[in-house]
Write a protein that binds this ligand. Structure first.
Ligand code: PMP
Length: 370
């Protein structure tokens, strides 16, 4: 990791494949740096002014507007900029959507789905309507076998499993039951039909901005179903009524997210970013599949474009790969502690040439050890 740290200290941008908090676009960081001491000529940074002041309110509104444009969010949806992370939403979802229902349906696709299920179980009866256990969580369970309950408060799923590297390529059909998605690790990675969802939520620290901000997009008719014990800061109705400022919002993270949304628009929006993401992922999976030296066990149709876990066919080489790649300037390639091995996360702000550099390193490593 020493080389990696040096790169940062020297002002170069490291080859950063962190799963989150993850790289932000260089242009965004440069603008934030330039505005740090005096923002909008105020002689204060955006972090040092009131969230209720004219200047910040303008930034907040513009961020929402840009996000609405990027995702074509229909008018009957509210956008909330909250705190508490995706794990906070694991509790907020049942607490807000329970209404008069006793249970909710969940799809268990891996680590993060299971974490959502565990937390929801504290507030509502959870029915696991499908799970990927039989396929060792290497495939999305076939939708025709899901046992959905028509009287469920909602159906929850995790479109991208950040640790398992598994991504849904379809939006589930939940009928009249509101569909809820934890999009922490694939939101804004491509166009999305928001109108199919009841609630979308995401921790910001991958494709949106820095940690500390949580995005929630909620359909209007789902407000007002909250349990009486729902904490006010997690209560969608309260937060909508207060424009996400019931409590003091994470203003710097909100401002940075706004800069990221502008950067995304400049890249050509989500259709353009989807193509770049597809190319980066195809290059990496192509290298993994090119011989038996590297391995990724996810069924190709369900492989994540954002998180690419892999191991070496000879497991004793994993630590060698990690040590040499770190020495060569590749950061945070270590797999999640739950699974080990390697993982390269390829979020929007990872430049394509960084993915190219990793593929070149992998080729070279294979030549030397294969
Ligand atoms: N869901 C998914 C899919 C995630 O990847 C993560 C974090 N890696 C979480 C939930 C938890 O997010 P947070 O730390 O913001 O609570």
């Amino acid at each position: 990791m020493s080389q990696c740290v040096n790169e940062v200290l020297l002002g170069h941008r490291a080859y950063n494949f962190s799963a989150g908090p993850a790289p932000l676009p260089r242009e965004v960081l440069e603008q934030a740096r330039d505005e740090l001491l005096s923002w909008q000529g105020l002689g204060a940074s955006v972090m040092e002014v009131s969230h209720r002041g004219r200047e910040f309110l303008h930034v907040a509104r513009e961020a929402e507007q840009d996000l609405r444009e990027l995702l074509h969010i229909p008018d009957n949806y509210h956008v909330l900029f909250l705190q508490g992370g995706a794990r906070g939403q694991f509790a907020a979802i049942p607490l807000n959507l329970k209404g008069d229902r006793d249970s909710a349906d969940y799809v268990d696709s891996g680590y993060w789905a299971q974490s959502a299920i565990k937390e929801a179980g504290r507030y509502i009866n959870v029915n696991v309507v499908a799970d990927g256990r039989a396929d060792a969580y290497c495939a999305v369970p076939a939708q025709e076998r899901w046992q959905l309950n028509q009287d469920a408060a909602y159906l929850h799923y995790t479109p991208n499993e950040t640790i398992g590297g598994l991504e849904f390529s379809f939006i589930p059909d939940s009928g009249d039951v509101p569909l809820v998605a934890d999009m922490s690790s694939n939101i804004l990675s491509g166009p999305l039909d928001v109108s199919r969802f009841g609630v979308i939520y995401a921790g910001a620290q991958k494709n949106i901005g820095p940690a500390g901000l949580t995005l929630v997009i909620v359909r209007d008719d789902l407000l007002g179903r909250g349990a009486a014990v729902c904490p006010s800061v997690l209560d969608y109705r309260q937060q909508v009524d207060h424009h996400s400022m019931y409590n003091t919002p994470p203003t710097f993270a909100w401002y940075l997210a706004g800069l990221v949304f502008k950067w995304l628009k400049k890249q050509g929006g989500l259709t353009a970013i989807r193509e770049i993401n597809a190319r980066k992922a195809a290059k990496l999976y192509g290298q993994i599949d090119s011989s038996g030296f590297y391995r990724n066990t996810v069924v190709p149709a369900w492989r994540s474009r954002m998180n690419v876990p892999f191991t070496l066919a000879q497991p004793e080489l994993d630590p060698v790969f990690l040590a040499e790649s770190a020495e060569a300037g590749f950061c945070y390639l270590q797999g999640h502690k739950a699974v080990g091995g390697m993982r390269a996360s390829l979020y929007n702000a990872v430049p394509e040439f960084h993915a190219d550099a990793l593929v070149d390193f992998m080729k070279d490593f294979e030549q030397r050890y294969g």
